[in-house]
Design a protein. Structure first.
Length: 208
């Protein structure tokens, strides 16, 4: 008879399973990963993962939710803890985004490379995605609140987001030519968008 699991036992195993799944999903693709493989990586019976997750899609949702929350954590810390004015802190958000992607490539790929048709069935994933998405406009809304800029924060946030995400994914897929690394391309795009959006603002152009 299996022993009763404590809350700490359950959370600990879930985290280990999520760690294993993040690596396998990112390395081999969703279709190539099975519950049996995940169990094998952890050295448990093939049925053990089912004690913690309903199925593979349930695990993937948990993996992606954790990644989106970690992403949001990094960007929120950058804005909240960076010294300086709101513009300096806003620029730190863009830097944190790039660092997160290159420090956590497996998690980043799963966040954006894989779309689950049943996402709405996983409230924790939806909440994590919404929180992560909000980090792309929060600093812009604070600039508006401070009277430093007038504009569409949602549109501007998506413009900066695209400028960060595009070069990162090109780098991950090996599509950038020598001499055009992602960081150089991102810096140029951030500067161009910042100068266009904030040309009339009474401050240095934002490069968030």
């Amino acid at each position: 008879m299996p022993r009763a699991l404590s809350k700490a036992d359950i959370e600990g195993f879930r985290e280990r399973l999520i760690d294993a799944a993040e690596h396998l999903f990112a390395t081999h693709g969703l279709d190539a990963v099975t519950m049996r493989q995940l169990a094998g990586v952890l050295g448990v019976s093939p049925m053990t993962p089912y004690r913690y997750f309903k199925d593979k899609d349930d695990i993937l949702a948990a993996v992606r939710a954790r990644a989106f929350n970690r992403h949001a954590d990094a960007l929120e810390r950058a804005f909240d803890e960076t010294p300086g004015d709101v513009g300096t802190r806003a620029n730190a958000v863009g830097d944190a985004y790039v660092r997160f992607a290159f420090d956590n490539p497996e998690a980043y790929k799963l966040m954006f490379d894989i779309n689950q048709p049943s996402e709405r069935d996983y409230p924790e994933l939806v909440a994590a995605e919404d929180r992560s998405r909000a980090t792309m406009t929060r600093h812009l809304r604070e600039l508006i609140a401070a009277g430093l800029w007038q504009g569409d924060a949602g549109l501007a946030g998506h413009m900066f987001w695209a400028a960060l995400h595009g070069p990162i994914m090109l780098a991950f897929s090996g599509k950038l030519e020598p001499g055009y690394d992602a960081e150089t391309l991102i810096a140029a795009l951030r500067d161009a968008i910042g100068r266009a959006l904030f040309a009339d603002a009474p401050r240095e152009p934002l490069k968030a």
